[in-house]
Design a binder for this molecule. Structure first.
Ligand SMILES: [Zn+2]
Length: 236
């Protein structure tokens, strides 16, 4: 879970979250509601994170001032016309009436059909179920594709694959070889899904994030940093 903490800025208490992940450096960003998000390495203490925010105080103040003047981006309401991400591309939501309830992707449109005037909560539930089904398929196919990499062999096969709602990471690899992937990854481009899978596959041989791990990952996927950046920019 990302932790919710508070940072004092010009006498004002500003909420911030820390998201720890497989990274070596810190990166701070300011959301459109003015809240602060800090991306930090796995082992960064709260104290270190707070120190980094204090160092970035000026930049944060400027960003917040700019952000809070912006019109607020609408939160997803699950109504027709909205844009929803799937495999890295925005898809326009349509909610027609039909004799049978279904969810279909038709190029740039996500069509959630219902038998009666749909409630947003029902559209949300139907969409989430659909995303999960796609994730089951797509992640399996991408796992097979990633295993074709010449850096991996039979021993690098996960014992099982699981999809979960993860809040603070995109994936994990257990000691027993169970690969867990975040359900939200299905919203990211394929190249980013492949990055997360390849990263986790490298953990089968090297569980920790030492220099050997990063070397192995770079061998398997030389452009992993660009893919990770895309992922962070797109899904945060
Ligand atoms: Zn890792």
């Amino acid at each position: 879970m990302a932790e919710a903490l508070v940072f004092t800025l010009k006498g004002e208490s500003v909420p911030f979250t820390i998201r720890r992940s497989d990274r070596k450096t810190y990166r701070v960003s300011v959301d459109i509601d003015g809240s602060i998000r800090l991306l930090a390495p796995h082992l960064a203490s709260d104290k270190k994170c707070a120190a980094f925010l204090r160092q970035s105080r000026r930049w944060i103040e400027r960003q917040r001032a700019a952000m809070l003047r912006l019109p607020k981006a609408p939160k997803l309401k699950y109504v027709a016309g909205e844009s929803h991400l799937y495999l890295g591309k925005p898809r326009r939501l349509k909610t027609p009436l039909a004799s049978k309830a279904s969810v279909k992707l038709d190029r740039s449109q996500l069509i959630v059909s219902s038998r009666q005037e749909p409630e947003p909560s029902a559209v949300k539930a139907a969409l989430e179920k659909w995303y999960r089904l796609q994730a089951l398929d797509v992640f399996q196919v991408r796992l097979m594709a990633c295993l074709q990499n010449s850096c991996f062999n039979e021993g690098d096969r996960p014992s099982a694959i699981r999809i979960k709602k993860l809040k603070s990471s995109w994936g994990s690899m257990s000691r027993s070889g169970v690969l867990t992937l975040s359900a939200d990854l299905i919203k990211a481009p394929i190249e980013c899904i492949d990055y997360v899978i390849t990263h986790e596959l490298c953990h089968i041989r090297i569980p920790s994030h030492g220099p050997d791990f990063w070397k192995a990952l770079t061998r398997a996927m030389p452009d992993w940093k660009a893919r990770r950046n895309t992922l962070e920019q797109m899904l945060g």
